[in-house]
Design a protein around this ligand. Structure first.
Ligand SMILES: [Zn+2]
Ligand SMILES: [Zn+2]
Length: 111
Protein backbone atom coordinates (compact mmCIF):
# COMPACT_ATOMS: atom_id res chain seq x y z
CA UNK A 1 0.00 0.00 0.00
CA UNK A 2 1.12 3.61 -0.61
CA UNK A 3 2.12 5.95 2.18
CA UNK A 4 -1.20 7.81 2.41
CA UNK A 5 -2.07 6.31 5.78
CA UNK A 6 -4.51 8.94 7.12
CA UNK A 7 -6.90 9.01 4.18
CA UNK A 8 -9.64 6.43 3.68
CA UNK A 9 -8.20 3.20 2.33
CA UNK A 10 -9.76 3.49 -1.08
CA UNK A 11 -10.72 6.79 -2.70
CA UNK A 12 -12.34 4.88 -5.54
CA UNK A 13 -15.03 3.85 -3.06
CA UNK A 14 -16.35 7.42 -3.48
CA UNK A 15 -17.26 6.91 -7.14
CA UNK A 16 -20.90 6.45 -8.09
CA UNK A 17 -21.69 3.04 -9.60
CA UNK A 18 -24.41 1.64 -11.83
CA UNK A 19 -27.42 0.17 -10.06
CA UNK A 20 -26.37 -3.29 -8.83
CA UNK A 21 -29.58 -4.91 -10.04
CA UNK A 22 -28.87 -3.78 -13.60
CA UNK A 23 -25.54 -5.62 -13.78
CA UNK A 24 -24.57 -9.04 -15.09
CA UNK A 25 -23.59 -11.83 -12.72
CA UNK A 26 -19.93 -11.40 -13.68
CA UNK A 27 -20.06 -7.71 -12.86
CA UNK A 28 -21.72 -8.39 -9.51
CA UNK A 29 -19.09 -11.02 -8.68
CA UNK A 30 -16.24 -8.68 -9.57
CA UNK A 31 -14.88 -10.74 -12.45
CA UNK A 32 -16.08 -8.22 -15.05
CA UNK A 33 -15.76 -4.44 -15.16
CA UNK A 34 -18.75 -2.87 -13.43
CA UNK A 35 -19.01 -0.19 -16.16
CA UNK A 36 -18.30 -1.85 -19.53
CA UNK A 37 -18.34 -5.55 -18.66
CA UNK A 38 -14.79 -6.28 -19.80
CA UNK A 39 -13.45 -9.50 -18.20
CA UNK A 40 -10.98 -8.66 -15.44
CA UNK A 41 -7.75 -10.22 -14.34
CA UNK A 42 -6.42 -9.57 -10.85
CA UNK A 43 -3.36 -7.83 -12.28
CA UNK A 44 -5.40 -5.25 -14.19
CA UNK A 45 -8.52 -4.86 -12.06
CA UNK A 46 -9.15 -1.77 -9.96
CA UNK A 47 -10.78 -2.37 -6.59
CA UNK A 48 -13.69 0.01 -6.01
CA UNK A 49 -13.97 -0.56 -2.28
CA UNK A 50 -16.69 -2.06 -0.17
CA UNK A 51 -20.26 -0.98 -0.98
CA UNK A 52 -23.41 -1.54 1.00
CA UNK A 53 -26.16 -2.54 -1.39
CA UNK A 54 -29.66 -3.93 -1.26
CA UNK A 55 -29.60 -7.36 -2.85
CA UNK A 56 -32.63 -9.67 -2.97
CA UNK A 57 -34.26 -7.71 -0.17
CA UNK A 58 -31.31 -7.68 2.24
CA UNK A 59 -28.46 -5.25 2.86
CA UNK A 60 -25.16 -6.82 1.95
CA UNK A 61 -21.52 -5.97 1.24
CA UNK A 62 -20.44 -5.74 -2.38
CA UNK A 63 -16.88 -5.50 -3.65
CA UNK A 64 -17.15 -4.25 -7.25
CA UNK A 65 -14.14 -4.01 -9.54
CA UNK A 66 -13.43 -2.21 -12.79
CA UNK A 67 -10.88 -2.06 -15.59
CA UNK A 68 -8.34 0.73 -15.30
CA UNK A 69 -9.56 2.86 -18.27
CA UNK A 70 -13.14 2.88 -16.94
CA UNK A 71 -12.05 3.69 -13.39
CA UNK A 72 -9.98 6.63 -14.63
CA UNK A 73 -12.75 7.88 -16.93
CA UNK A 74 -15.36 7.64 -14.18
CA UNK A 75 -13.11 9.30 -11.62
CA UNK A 76 -12.37 12.20 -13.97
CA UNK A 77 -16.08 12.59 -14.75
CA UNK A 78 -16.85 12.61 -11.03
CA UNK A 79 -14.24 15.33 -10.42
CA UNK A 80 -15.69 17.52 -13.18
CA UNK A 81 -19.26 16.94 -12.12
CA UNK A 82 -18.49 17.65 -8.48
CA UNK A 83 -16.59 20.82 -9.39
CA UNK A 84 -19.66 22.19 -11.14
CA UNK A 85 -21.96 21.82 -8.15
CA UNK A 86 -19.65 22.34 -5.17
CA UNK A 87 -19.32 25.88 -3.80
CA UNK A 88 -16.49 24.88 -1.52
CA UNK A 89 -14.44 23.67 -4.50
CA UNK A 90 -15.09 26.91 -6.40
CA UNK A 91 -13.94 28.78 -3.33
CA UNK A 92 -10.97 26.66 -2.28
CA UNK A 93 -10.80 23.09 -3.52
CA UNK A 94 -8.06 22.16 -1.06
CA UNK A 95 -10.63 22.39 1.75
CA UNK A 96 -13.25 20.15 0.19
CA UNK A 97 -13.05 16.59 1.49
CA UNK A 98 -15.15 15.19 -1.34
CA UNK A 99 -13.22 17.04 -4.03
CA UNK A 100 -9.89 15.86 -2.66
CA UNK A 101 -11.12 12.29 -2.40
CA UNK A 102 -12.25 12.33 -6.03
CA UNK A 103 -8.94 13.75 -7.22
CA UNK A 104 -7.22 10.99 -5.28
CA UNK A 105 -9.50 8.46 -6.97
CA UNK A 106 -8.18 9.60 -10.37
CA UNK A 107 -4.63 9.04 -9.15
CA UNK A 108 -5.51 5.61 -7.79
CA UNK A 109 -7.11 4.63 -11.07
CA UNK A 110 -3.92 5.62 -12.93
CA UNK A 111 -1.58 3.79 -10.61
ZN1 LIG B 1 -14.28 -1.12 -17.89
ZN1 LIG C 1 -16.16 20.11 -3.39
Amino acid sequence: MPSETEAPANALAALPLPEVNSLSQGQVRGIACVWDGVPLRTATAVDLGERRVRWSGTRTSWFPRACRPCAERQALAAVLEHGQVCEQCTDDHTRCETGLTLVRAVREARR
